[in-house]
Write a protein that binds this ligand. Structure first.
Ligand code: AGP
Length: 606
């Protein structure tokens, strides 16, 4: 949530700041701003996206030190004044901040009592004034930031720029910050993704750490203690390209990238000859896997839906109780944690605050938690220490697509691995692995012949609301389809397990109400057909996602066929038309597909 980028070195900085923000825009895009040091510190900020801010920049801004921010509003409305950077009363300090300062009311009150005028409604602005007050004591930027933060309660990824010092001071507590080391130049970002054009050498700041950057390097210390060694990590090259290429939107590009992303995820991790899994990042021996009493999977949004499918696949293959949890509820429900049980924190960004809190809760109570994460080196990945990277490559569209598929695939591979440590036969495991390895080709096949997607879009685009139904592994697919359509096309959607419809949502149906039903040819198909009949009897219009060659196609007003696949893996096929429906509906309605209103790609506040 919110993106930070900064640079100190010999190069002119303004274009680099704008480019850095472009790569971070998916984190938040209410308003944008940059600050460049050039004797004084010049600030340019504006409501809207990076391009809106760029339109107010003068032709040339001289300066080789700067910081930049793209905002997702928490405190204070979306206005130019509330956009970052924020400047201190004496113009000597300029800051950008991610996170929430919980005691900002009292800090702001105290500043006002000292005669300081506040120019925004934000919690962040107070930090700029407080640092400036501290700086007047000893003219030491690092100590000024440290003293200021000792009075602050909350979370921060903070960068401070100083009119009279050639340094950037950076601090982290609960909001990601990664530093980049180039040759004679140093970078800071909230996301390694913005650093990759400049350097592969990065330092991940941990909570409670503060760093001073100059063009020669990085010095890290603790907010409440001494100096610490800087551990430089090399970013992996395999992260891939994050440019649009020939596609009109990242969402469409990422839908089409699913087959290749899945190949990356599965490659080298399954042994077809022995039927064994090789998820080495988990660091769990088969003997330990055998003793696991149950599994819990925790995530938000799309990650949660992938976890709900993983739960069913694990339970079915390994005959082991598995349950998924909404991450934002988990910690607050004071869960009982069994130290023998396995927990998975599932997250594309690896920065989702709700999921991270659940990880910490499990660890606090002595439990083992493994990450199922896309972004290498992200906070959740590092906090867990062990896990499975899903290798989707960069996902730029706010609406998650290819990460969903890879999360399902990663959990399915784990299911095979743990099931093999128990009673799953080699033959059955080989059957599952072959089926999983076939899926990328099947998705490609589907993408070449997508069926009547545009007819479905016509039926949905003017709907007051849409009901999504599915059973078994298709119930979370229904939830994912509803989430996609809701977040990119702003149509109210309700997802229910098909059997639950008659217990309430059926009241919504009237003549012409669109109902999207996911019904692959599995053991619950006949039951789903009953739900279709119940909907039809009330005049609903059925948009049916089914498998090729299945007679059920006659049950739909609009029937979209996907290639037939092993029952447990059908979500990897059935979700694709739902993603396409959401994408095309949003386009028809003129919505900003990649940057839907009010959302952000990684939600780093609870
Ligand atoms: C997905 O389309 C959503 N934008 C959102 O629900 C997302 O899946 C959720 O915020 C979790 O994000 P994460 O995977 O990065 O943890």
């Amino acid at each position: 949530m919110c993106g930070i980028f900064g640079y100190i070195g010999p190069k002119q900085v303004s274009n680099m700041l704008v480019e850095g923000l472009r790569r971070l825009e998916y984190r938040g895009y209410d308003s944008t701003g940059i600050a460049v040091k050039n004797g004084n510190i010049s600030i340019f900020k504006k409501v809207g996206k990076v391009a809106d801010m760029e339109s107010i920049l003068p032709r040339a801004i001289h300066g080789t030190v700067g910081i930049a921010h793209t905002r997702w509003a928490t405190h204070g409305g979306v206005t130019d004044e509330n956009a970052h950077p924020h400047e201190s009363f004496d113009s000597k300090v300029v800051i950008v901040h991610n996170g929430i300062i919980e005691n900002s009311r009292s800090l702001r009150k105290h500043l006002v009592s000292q005669g300081i005028e506040l120019n925004s409604e934000t919690d962040s602005e107070a930090l700029a004034h407080m640092i400036a007050i501290e700086l007047n004591q000893d003219n030491n930027p690092l100590e000024a930031v440290k003293r200021c933060l000792k009075s602050a309660i909350g979370t921060w990824g903070l960068c401070a720029l100083f009119k009279e010092h050639d340094v950037i001071v950076v601090a982290r507590n609960g909001s990601p910050i990664v530093l980049g080391q180039g040759d004679g130049e140093t970078f800071v970002s909230s996301d390694p993704h913005a650093l990759t054009p400049h350097t592969q050498r990065v330092v991940y700041l941990d909570d409670g750490q503060v760093a001073v950057l100059d063009s020669n390097g990085i010095e890290v210390s603790r907010l409440h203690g001494g100096q610490i060694d800087t551990n430089v990590t090399l970013l992996e090259n395999e992260w891939g390209v994050a440019d649009l290429g020939d596609y009109s939107h990242f969402m469409l590009k990422e839908i089409y990238e699913q087959p290749e992303a899945l190949r990356q995820c599965v490659r080298g991790r399954m042994d077809l000859a022995t039927g064994n899994g090789r998820l080495r990042g988990l660091k769990i021996k088969p003997a330990e896997l055998r003793k696991v009493p149950h599994i819990r999977i925790i995530g938000c949004g799309t990650a949660l839906h992938a976890g709900m499918i993983g739960q069913l696949v694990i339970e079915k293959m390994a005959r082991l109780p598995a349950v998924s949890h909404v991450a934002s509820e988990f910690r607050h429900n004071d869960p009982v944690i069994d130290p023998e049980a396995l927990h998975f924190a599932i997250s594309q960004s690896g920065e989702t605050a709700d999921t991270l809190s659940a990880v910490k809760e499990i660890q606090l109570k002595g439990g083992q938690v493994h990450g199922v994460v896309n972004v290498v080196g992200s906070t959740i990945a590092r906090q867990c220490g062990t896990g499975v990277y899903i290798h989707s490559g960069p996902e730029q569209a706010v609406a998650s697509t290819k990460a969903f598929s890879n999360m399902v695939a990663a959990l399915s591979m784990f299911a095979i691995q743990i099931a093999r440590s128990r009673d799953l036969t080699k033959e059955k495991a080989i059957e599952y692995i072959s089926a999983l390895e076939e899926i990328p080709d099947l998705i490609e096949q589907y993408l070449q012949d997508q069926g009547p997607i545009m007819e479905a879009v016509d039926a949905l685009k003017d709907a007051k609301s849409v009901l999504f139904l599915g059973r078994g592994v298709s119930a979370p697919v229904a939830a994912e389809g509803a989430l996609k359509l809701m977040e990119v096309a702003y149509i109210p959607c309700l997802a229910y397990p098909a059997g639950e419809m008659k217990h309430g949502p059926i009241a919504l149906l009237e003549k012409g109400s669109p109902v999207v039903i996911i019904a692959p040819d599995d053991h619950v198909k006949q039951k789903t057909i009953s739900a279709i009949h119940e909907c039809r009897a009330r005049g609903a219009k059925i948009i049916l996602i089914h498998e090729q060659g299945d007679d059920i196609s006659q049950e739909g007003d609009i029937s979209i066929a996907v290639p037939k696949v092993h029952n447990l893996f059908s979500p990897l096929l059935t979700v694709v038309p739902l993603q396409l429906i959401a994408y095309h509906t949003a386009l028809q309605l003129g919505c900003d597909v990649d940057r839907p209103r009010n959302l952000a790609k990684s939600v780093t506040v609870e």
